[in-house]
Design a protein around this ligand. Structure first.
Ligand code: FAD
Length: 452
């Protein structure tokens, strides 16, 4: 296996900045599905309002309720509903950029990948990004989407203000000057307080990053991980199941010249991991030998580029994912328990496991609000069966005190969430005030918030 294809398996590629695509007029279509197609096609209308007045009308008058959607990259049942699925694609402006305070009001429906080049023109950038940047700003923040970095919080923690139309159809601003006490409740809100139209984000100065990618024995990566997180702005690693090897990635701020980088190879690497699984799944020794030989030849990647061009990259092979955020002192033990289980019982798994760290914050429903967390993620190829994630892997994460990513596969109930989040009932109370008739709820969210 060539080095580039292995790197591509984990999304090592250049992003070409893309202009926002033409947005259709407000028109109804149906058949919405999430990115991995783990959610069945929906019969609800898909509506793309052009202005706040239309949005208010939609919330107030749609029989069966409404649910906002971003780019549909969540796996949990946050979006399906009987009434209308609302896309905020027209709400994509960048305004009130304050280069001194490093803040800007950004359209809630804008895609992160479209915002970054515009922010760069103002000398600004997001402090951190996750593996992909095709999510809408509101979609990414609503589920506490995160990247990696010991000192770097999730995107939602950077929210300084929001404008939304509540479930009661009222326009509300939550910011430093209005309803400021509600900010920690609204930062991570799953789209149940209101449909956001604009979000004010704290940004940082535009910066370049030095990216290094290398392979190392998994045991060594585990023992070095604390230092790697301490010494690097961004550090993460991917464990390649059945290999004993991990791929490490660091990013650090630099003033060095930008260097060229190979382009995306369309997920070829991950398909090679699949081929090894298909041919040698029942011969773990041979599988490990071949993987190790390929990895041994892999030279380091060492490049410099704009932060937003290096942190995120396309994911061309569709997968299902479970990710839990774990207390740092127990997370690597949990990862080891998951690795042992999968290598013993689940030879069908071939996607690398991902391990990242996120700084703590104060948002009521942020999985990081009790302090920094280390996140461990397990992926399965979209066509493959993934029920075992719930029955075999989730119990391991739970036993180590993990909180699930709000957008990724999990079977936490309302009671589980209440036990995990001290402010859960306060949030549920606020939700009932913002949306007394439950116009923004669907069956999944009703069950989560205990609404009949
Ligand atoms: C390939 C892939 C890679 C990923 N990588 C990462 C990663 O690196 N880190 C990470 O943390 N997560 C990651 N995720 C998960 C993803 O970031 C989250 O699930 C995110 O919420 C998806 O954003 P979206 O725009 O697709 O929102 P959707 O999935 O469409 O919606 C998410 C939530 O936001 C709400 N919402 C959407 N728009 C609005 C609005 N205008 N107002 C109010 N609420 C709204 C929705 O109702 C829903 O509750 C990944 C997912 C995929 C498929």
């Amino acid at each position: 296996m060539k080095r580039r294809t292995l790197l591509a398996a984990m999304g090592a590629s250049v992003i070409t900045p893309v202009q926002t695509k033409d947005i259709p007029d407000q028109a109804a279509a149906t058949g919405w599905q999430n990115w991995s197609h783990s959610i069945a096609p929906q019969e609800a209308d898909i509506v793309v309002p052009r202005d706040v007045a239309t949005l208010k009308k939609l919330i107030g008058e749609t029989a069966g309720g409404v649910r906002p959607v971003g780019s549909g990259h969540s796996w949990t049942g946050l979006v399906p509903c009987d009434g209308a699925i609302v896309k905020l694609d027209h709400f994509n402006a960048v305004r009130a950029v304050d280069t001194q305070a490093q803040t800007a009001w950004l359209g809630a429906g804008a895609r992160l990948k479209d915002l970054s080049p515009v922010l760069a023109e103002h000398g600004l950038a997001f402090r951190n990004l996750g593996d992909i940047d095709v999510q809408s700003l509101a979609g990414a923040t609503s589920t506490a989407t995160h990247g990696t970095g010991r000192e770097l919080p999730c995107l939602a923690a950077e929210i300084r203000g929001l404008r939304m139309v509540t479930g009661a159809g009222e326009e509300v601003e939550i910011s430093a000057t209005q309803n400021a006490d509600m900010l920690p409740a609204a930062q991570v809100a799953l789209g149940v307080l209101g449909i956001c139209t604009e979000i004010q984000m704290k940004l940082v100065a535009r910066h370049k990053l030095h990216r290094r990618v290398w392979f190392a024995p998994y045991d060594k990566v585990l023992s070095d991980s604390e230092k790697l997180w301490r010494d690097n702005r961004n550090f993460e690693f991917f464990y390649l199941p059945f290999s004993g090897q991990a791929m490490c990635i660091t990013h650090n701020i630099t003033e060095a010249e930008t260097t060229p980088r190979a382009s995306d190879e369309g997920g070829e690497g991950v398909m090679q991991l699949k081929a090894l699984r298909d041919w040698l799944g029942w011969f773990p020794y041979l599988r490990k030998k071949l993987l190790s030989a390929a990895i041994a030849d892999a030279p380091e990647e060492d490049v410099v580029g704009e932060s937003w061009q290096l942190l995120s990259s396309p994911r061309n092979v569709h997968f299902n994912e479970m990710e839990f955020h774990l207390p740092p002192d127990r997370a690597l033990e949990a990862l080891e328990a998951v690795r042992t289980h999968i290598e013993r019982y689940r030879r069908d798994v071939f996607f690398p496991f991902e391990c990242r760290m996120t700084a703590g914050d104060k948002a009521w429903l942020s999985p990081f609000n009790a302090g920094p967390r280390i996140s461990v993620a397990v992926h399965t190829h979209a066509p493959d069966e993934y029920e075992f994630l719930f029955t075999e892997i989730e119990p391991i994460f739970r036993s180590y005190g993990g909180r699930p990513h709000w957008g990724k596969l999990n079977r936490f109930t309302g009671d589980d969430m209440r036990a995990a989040y001290p402010k859960f009932d306060d949030f549920a109370k606020l939700r009932a005030e913002f949306d007394p008739e439950g116009r923004l709820l669907n069956p999944y969210l009703r069950s989560l918030f205990g609404v009949a």
